[in-house]
Design a protein. Structure first.
Length: 93
């Protein structure tokens, strides 16, 4: 199986909440867990679960928020020609 095919399969196997959080991060860039919950309307627990899934899959990166008590989440820089996983972006601080 090609590397790109493996990435597509990995993305397709994500939970709906993880896919939703992925798209929110894709659209908005770096966000805290609270900002993701506010933007998505998902409960904090669901957002935390989705972030754990995305982190375990290696799709997101964590950064320290200027507050230092919070973490910023963003998509890892990534290049792909596949629509489902294209536009990975995480703006450096």
């Amino acid at each position: 199986m090609a590397k790109e095919d493996w990435r597509i399969q990995r993305f397709k196997n994500l939970t709906m909440s993880a896919k939703f959080v992925f798209k929110i991060l894709d659209y908005n860039g770096l966000l805290t867990q609270k900002e993701i919950a506010d933007e998505s309307g998902l409960p904090n627990r669901t957002v935390r679960y989705a972030l754990n899934i995305l982190d375990n899959e290696g799709l997101i990166e964590k950064r320290i928020h200027r507050d230092a008590r919070q973490t910023l989440y963003g998509l890892k820089n990534h290049t792909s020609t596949v629509d489902e996983v294209a536009n990975f972006s995480c703006v450096p601080l």
